[in-house]
Design a protein around this ligand. Structure first.
Ligand code: ADP
Ligand code: MG
Length: 248
């Protein structure tokens, strides 16, 4: 990795967000360092998805700032599109384009947004599909793939944009149990390669083995932040104890 590993990459400074009366993100201060894997956990409705969506400005914030690699994320316009391209996002639903092949799904962004020529984009896409273990599916359509394979395509598609950080919002929650591991394995591999990652997940095995830090959210706040080992063995807040008691 680059010499800048460990430097702040994503910085949220006193971020506030409301949905009408609901103060969905409250006083969020969070620094994600280059190469770090931050696992976000917490009860349903605590604001985890909203947090992810604000990081790439799919959702505007009402106060505070979010910066990426030292540049504050603008509200809109071309500058925002450029910075947003540096944040890869993988959702629970795979959101692949149904009428495009797997290869086309991966090359679309690089061709249309990054201006890559088709041959370059195809070559890179094939190498990413190999990396996520589905090279042989390149010419199929999403519906012909299993959920686990589709999610790996979604990861390859995000990687094709050469993001500085990857956000994963419950990437395995919609998968059958036997497919969870194949997706987590790809994520662990990415983490080991030094990718900066924010991962919302209930997969505690992943959090323990691949996470550098756990951020626990409750009611729109970061209620607790710790190393995975400390968090799981010695949670401090009642909310975290209660949550862990239910899921472990
Ligand atoms: P989590 O991902 O932790 O389950 P979310 O970020 O999805 O939580 O949601 C946090 C809260 O914000 C929930 O109460 C949810 O109902 C509410 N919420 C999410 N999106 C919207 C929206 N677009 N408009 C209004 N309320 C929303
Ligand atoms: Mg969510």
């Amino acid at each position: 990795m680059t010499a800048a590993r460990g430097q702040p990459l994503v910085v949220l400074d006193d971020v506030q967000k409301w949905f009408g009366e609901l103060h969905v993100l409250q006083d969020i201060n969070l620094t994600i360092k280059r190469g770090e894997v931050v696992v976000v956990i917490g009860p349903s409705g605590s604001g985890k998805s909203t947090l992810c969506r604000t990081i790439n400005r799919l959702e505007p914030v009402d106060a505070g700032t979010i910066s990426l690699d030292g540049k504050e994320l603008p509200e809109e316009g071309k500058a925002l599109a450029r910075l947003r391209a540096e944040v890869g996002m993988v959702f629970q639903g795979f959101n692949l384009f149904a009428h495009k092949t797997i290869l086309q799904n991966v090359t679309l962004g690089p061709i249309q947004v990054l201006g890559q020529d088709k041959a370059t984009a195809n070559e890179r896409a094939r190498s990413l599909l190999t990396r996520v273990g589905i090279a042989e599916q390149a010419d199929k359509y999403p519906a012909q793939l299993s959920g686990g394979q589709q999610q790996r395509v979604a990861i390859a598609r995000a990687l094709a944009m050469d993001p500085k950080v990857m956000l994963f919002d419950e990437p395995t929650s919609a998968l059958d149990p036997e497919m969870i591991k194949e997706v987590l394995d790809v994520m662990v591999d990415l983490a080991q390669q030094g990718m900066t990652m924010v991962v919302v997940t209930h997969e505690m095995g992943f959090a323990r083995t691949a996470g550098d830090r756990v951020v626990f959210m409750a009611d729109g706040r970061i209620a607790e932040e710790n190393t995975p080992t400390e968090f799981f063995t010695n949670p401090q807040s009642d909310r975290a104890k209660d949550f862990l008691g239910k899921i472990l």
